[in-house]
Design a protein around this ligand. Structure first.
Ligand code: FMN
Length: 301
């Protein structure tokens, strides 16, 4: 009997495979393709205290081995989310992780407090959002801000908190340690890498926002390196993501130190990607005579 179950801050997932925020809606869009009962967890798109309209279009562009996006965290706000999306997800036997965004500490806290009595298993705090009070620099790019926002959220949250780290920093281990010092229960990484594309025929930026976040297979080696570095710098569990498209990719992240993995951009071109990763991990475990997935976590030193 294979044990694929992993533990994140006391929450037991049936397997380590989850969706990456913003690439799977709140599950409904994909439920025709994917039996959500088979996933370790569904991570929702980012939700803020009020509806956000997002950035002007065009806001996505294809790149070699990946994509750029500058959606701008468009979302319907916490009121709609609580009424519409949580009851949908509750029908399934999977863990619910809500991704939270905000432009100020108060914005984050409002969402976290609204979710306190909801049937949500974990909160994932996206600190790549621009901090309007600090002139627009993302919370996640300054270790003092990372520690402060983590502490503030931890003090109010009823559920364990996952701090989602930005890779757009010189040394991600500094941010990881700051989040751990602030009381984070789990870390997730990576969010997208800032990039650019120019349309040479129209001689303009491919994305109205000029820059966008790069994701997909192109970022995988960078994401894997960062997961490895962070796994060796902190003692809390890590959710690894960035370019995972196959079970082989997921296993690399687990061997590097990730307790769980998220599938993002791959869902857009292969809606079955998550299920293929779940099945492929089991096949790998059988081939390698591994009875418990926990024996694989971080064994490549
Ligand atoms: C279209 C799109 C929307 C995203 N929206 C969010 C979001 O709302 N919150 C968040 O924390 N990350 C968001 N992300 C980042 C992903 O969750 C993930 O961290 C990143 O894309 C790397 O994984 P991947 O290469 O498997 O896509 C988004 C990514 C994409 C491509």
């Amino acid at each position: 009997m294979l044990n694929t179950s992993v533990n994140l801050a006391g929450v037991q997932l049936k397997n380590p495979v989850m969706t990456a925020s913003g690439t799977f809606g709140s599950g409904a869009e994909y439920s025709e393709f994917v039996d959500l009962n088979q996933l370790g967890a569904v991570v929702t798109k980012g939700v803020a205290n009020i509806p956000w309209p997002g950035n002007p279009t065009p806001r996505i562009a294809e790149t070699t081995g990946g994509m750029l996006n500058a959606i701008g965290l468009q979302n319907p706000g916490i009121d709609v989310f609580v009424k519409r999306d949580i009851p949908f997800l509750k029908q399934y036997d999977t863990k619910i992780i809500v991704n939270v965004c905000g432009k100020s500490t108060e914005d984050y806290l409002e969402v976290v407090e609204r979710l306190a009595d909801e049937p949500v298993d974990l909160l994932e705090i996206n600190i790549s959002c621009p901090n309007v009070k600090e002139g627009g620099i993302a919370f996640g790019q300054d270790p003092k801000a990372v520690e402060a926002i983590t502490k503030a959220v931890k003090a109010k949250a009823k559920q364990p908190i996952i701090m989602k780290l930005s890779p757009n920093v010189t040394d991600i281990t500094v941010m990881a340690k700051a989040a751990e010092a602030g009381g984070a229960d789990v870390l997730s990484l990576i969010n997208t890498l800032t990039g650019m594309k120019i349309d040479i025929q129209r001689q303009c930026f491919a994305i109205a926002n000029k820059t966008g976040g790069l994701s997909g297979p192109a970022v995988k080696p960078i994401a894997l390196r960062m997961v490895y570095q962070v796994a060796n710098a902190v003692s809390i569990p890590i959710i690894g993501m960035g370019g995972i498209a196959t079970a082989e990719d997921a296993i690399e992240f687990i061997l590097a130190g990730a307790t769980a993995v998220s599938i993002g951009t791959a869902n857009f071109y292969n809606p079955y990607a998550t299920i293929e990763v779940v099945e492929g991990i089991e096949t790998y475990m059988k081939q390698h005579n591994c009875e418990d997935i926990n024996q694989l976590i971080g064994i490549v030193k």
